[in-house]
Design a protein around this ligand. Structure first.
Ligand code: NAD
Length: 388
């Protein structure tokens, strides 16, 4: 039994009319150091592959998207499918959703740190490129559980990178974060400025950046590291969006409050050295961020050199400006309380973003806070109907 055999299994919730449902699970058997495992059916390893019958043939070179069932990853998967790529998703569904993945795309439920599984996937699906989103992402949680964050974000990424090298993967795109800059000495912050993360989350991402760079030098794998600033908004076609319960992203929290999903929201810190005293962030529309990944893939495939690039618009908005925009667009004057500062929040962080534009030819299309909020609000309304 091969991964591609499993990739043609059909689970009940996506099967086309008239087709018999079949759900399979498999165990990974190890055959000594360095050998690829074989996949044995019907022994549970909490790892299943499913797709619909219109999935791309396994003989096509595939793009492996880790974390493809999550917020940003699912937007990426839609964009790749839109552009005709063969895609396989690896996700453990810890914070992701099966429904966020478009029909016809293979989902492997498993861990990025499972080297046997990942190696097999790369070989069976002829994976030529990996876009690595899978991670734990909540900064305060990383402070209370640093070792868990280093395991998931650093140790598992190390395993994934090794599998990529051993499996001959040519291109690797990594989701990093502005958190690697900590509290920057100046804004906008450039890729060449000092990296001094202020949380285990930021450190866990920086460590992966370093591993990727070293592996690039030693093994020739080409990579683009994208340092995201504050990602927001939703697919303009509303096929997916930010759906995690209890998410802490400002725009998500504000639209939830506008729609009555929260009774009120807090502003953390009103005495920062900014014009209105609240923190300033660079909000990037998720569709523009995904476009930067597509551009990065095109760039690497054309022989572009490995690079580390900021993904932001180069200008920021304060917390109060964002809340005012959400109130204006939703038409709801929801309750906002002033609260104390949170530990580790820099006053202001804005990207210097010209390098991504110059190197990748990246041209953002949604650089407008009102548009970001409009799409976030529309998705939040749709999510309400999906969850009810
Ligand atoms: N959302 C932001 O504003 C933001 C900002 C900077 C960087 N990032 C980075 O972008 C990436 C995606 O973030 P997101 O907002 O979509 O988060 P998310 O939680 O919605 O998505 C993460 C996905 O990865 C999966 N996952 C986690 N650990 C896994 C593992 N070990 N194996 C397989 N799957 C696993 C989860 O189930 C989920 O589907 C992360 O790497 C994050 O650090 C996000």
């Amino acid at each position: 039994m091969t991964v591609s055999d499993f990739a043609h299994a059909v689970t009940p919730w996506v099967r086309p009319r008239g087709q018999r449902a079949r759900t399979v699970a498999y165990e990974i058997k190890r055959h000594g150091a360095g050998a690829l495992p074989t996949l044995q059916p019907n022994v549970l390893f909490n790892t299943r592959v499913r797709t619909t019958s219109n999935s791309a043939p396994a003989s096509l070179m595939s793009v492996l998207v880790t974390g493809g069932a999550g917020y940003i990853g699912s937007h990426m998967v839609h964009a790749l499918v839109d552009s005709g790529e063969s895609v396989v998703v690896l996700d453990n569904l810890s914070t992701g959703f099966k429904w966020a993945i478009p029909r016809g795309v293979a989902l492997v439920i498993g861990e990025t740190g499972d080297e046997a599984l990942v190696s097999r996937l790369i070989a069976e699906r002829e994976v030529s490129a990996i876009i690595h989103f899978a991670a734990s992402i909540v900064v305060p949680d990383s402070v209370s559980d640093p070792l868990g964050y280093y395991r998931n974000n650093t140790v598992n990424s190390r395993a994934l990178i090794e599998c990529a090298v051993r499996g001959g993967v040519r291109q690797f795109i990594f989701s990093s974060t502005a958190a690697v800059y900590g509290n920057p000495a100046k804004v906008p912050v450039s890729e060449d400025d000092a990296v001094t993360p202020m949380s285990p989350y930021g450190s866990s991402k920086l460590m992966t950046e370093i591993m990727l760079r070293d592996a690039g030098v030693a093994h020739g794998i080409d990579y683009v590291i994208l340092r995201y600033f504050n990602v927001a908004g939703a697919d303009p076609k509303l096929r997916t969006g930010q759906s995690t319960k209890g998410a802490t992203h400002l725009i998500k929290v504000a639209v939830e409050t506008a729609l009555g999903k929260r009774a009120k929201m807090d502003v953390f810190g009103t005495d920062y050295p900014t014009p209105d005293g609240t923190c300033i962030r660079d909000y990037i529309h998720v569709a523009d961020l995904v476009r930067a990944h597509s551009d990065a893939l095109t760039y690497l495939r054309a022989g572009g050199r490995s690079a580390t690039l900021n993904c932001g618009y180069g200008h920021g908005f304060s917390v109060l400006e964002v809340i005012d925009t959400v109130k204006r667009i939703s038409g709801v004057d929801f309750r906002v309380d002033r609260a104390g500062r949170r530990a580790g929040d820099p006053a202001q962080i804005v990207a210097q973003s010209d390098r991504a534009r110059e190197l990748l030819g990246w041209q953002p299309q949604f650089d407008d806070l009102a548009t970001i909020v409009t799409h976030a609000l529309a998705w939040e309304r749709k999510l309400g109907t999906l969850q009810n």
